[in-house]
Write a protein of this length. Structure first.
Length: 136
């Protein structure tokens, strides 16, 4: 698979996750599983070293577990973060997490102005990954 095809599939899965999260306040496991399969395809095709995928998965899994434990993220957010970590690899996932945090902050500010207490983080993940892919 070409890098463009892999990036397009990544963005498509994240778009589905983001839209589903906005509407239903949950992220389907199928989207996270699809990202893990995409990560496996990236490794098999030679676009991503297996060590980078594994390290990205582990780092984002631990981050997601910690934020889930704090109550900041839901379980779907944590699973999606781990899958994104595997798909982008380490350290490639770091800019995506940075931009996702920025986008999440903007979404939280908008939600706060509207009087909402919870924010769907799936759209922030999608925006963060797309911004990270653009600045690569």
């Amino acid at each position: 698979m070409t890098t463009t095809v892999l990036a397009g599939l990544l963005i498509a899965l994240l778009l589905v996750s983001a839209l589903w999260d906005l509407r239903h306040r949950e992220i389907p496991d199928a989207c996270s599983l699809g990202l893990l399969l995409l990560a496996a395809a990236s490794v098999v095709s030679g676009h991503l070293p297996w060590s980078a995928a594994l390290l990205g998965f582990a780092a984002c899994f631990l981050l997601g577990l910690f934020l889930f434990w704090l109550g900041a993220w839901g379980g779907g957010d944590a699973k999606l973060a781990a899958a994104i970590g595997a798909a982008l690899g380490f350290p490639g996932v770091l800019p995506a997490l940075f931009f996702a945090a920025l986008a999440g902050g903007v979404l939280a500010a908008i939600a706060g102005l509207r009087g909402q207490r919870e924010v769907a983080y799936g759209p922030a993940f999608a925006a963060g990954v797309v911004m990270a892919l653009v600045v690569r």
